[in-house]
Design a protein around this ligand. Structure first.
Ligand code: SF4
Length: 250
């Protein structure tokens, strides 16, 4: 196939994914980029002794990110630092490339995630995968995790003491991976990471900053399943992330 044919085929595939993701029409260009600063703090306590990295597929043993992530997972251990440990089946640590340039952060594991030990499975996970593919990436090339690593009973929102106990490990995870951008999925993740009570509709659409890393809040895939019309706004947000990464050449 000619170069022009390759380009056309690639564009067709991209548009097909956008269509599957539920975004119609020609994507618009990025709108604006601004920054604000988070003030995340917290301390890690305890010395868990659990096993497993929870890092899914990724580079080999030479990966610094993998080595650093395994250290974080080792410190987390068979964690009982908060009351969620009593009802969980699995600690859902995270999955993906330990050296990923892009990390997606959600709220907490649900039933299926607790069963399978992987974040974002089920319908919302499938939609997230489509979003990632629409960005021209693969689920394996990014890293996906949650702020809280154990399932809250009845899928209730995590409580402040649980967040305080678990969020330091997310901070360490992100410090291990050192991504070039973070996408916070949903109100809880965005508010928790940015230490704000601002609405997701206010936060989305422009970059903030978490530990020196550009962070884009956007709607949670589960919300998109209930409100498909919001997909256009999410696509706008993801385009800003794509442009940011492209500008960095990663
Ligand atoms: S939610 Fe986090 S802090 Fe609480 S028990 Fe699970 S891993 Fe530990």
């Amino acid at each position: 196939m000619s170069d022009a044919g390759d380009v056309a085929a690639g564009l067709r595939t991209h548009l097909q994914w956008l269509d599957k993701f539920g975004v119609t029409g020609v994507p618009r260009g990025p709108r604006r980029t601004s920054t604000s600063t988070s003030t995340g703090t917290g301390t890690s306590t305890g010395t868990g002794t659990g096993t497993g990295t929870g890092t899914g597929t990724g580079p080999g043993a030479e990966s610094l990110g993998l080595v650093r992530l395994e250290a974080v997972r080792s410190e987390l251990g068979d964690c009982t630092r908060c009351k969620l440990s009593g009802g969980r089946k699995t600690i859902v640590f995270g999955v993906g490339d330990p050296d990923a340039k892009l990390v997606f952060v959600g709220e907490a594991p649900g039933f299926h995630e607790d069963e399978q030990g992987e974040p974002f499975v089920g319908d919302a996970g499938a939609l997230l995968t489509k979003m990632i593919v629409a960005m021209g990436r693969t689920r394996e090339s990014v890293y996906i995790c949650n702020i809280i690593k154990c399932r809250p009973p009845g899928n209730r929102n995590p409580e402040p003491d649980e967040l305080a106990a678990c969020e330091p490990f997310l901070r360490q995870q992100l410090g291990a991976i050192r991504p070039r951008a973070i996408v916070a999925l949903g109100k809880f993740a965005a508010q928790a990471l940015l230490r704000t009570e601002a609405s997701i509709s206010t936060l989305r659409g422009h970059f903030h900053e978490y530990q020196g890393i550009p962070l884009m809040p956007t709607y949670h895939p589960a919300y998109l399943l209930r409100t498909p019309t919001a997909k256009r706004m999410v696509w706008d947000d993801l385009q800003l992330v794509m442009k940011h990464l492209a500008d960095l050449g990663v």
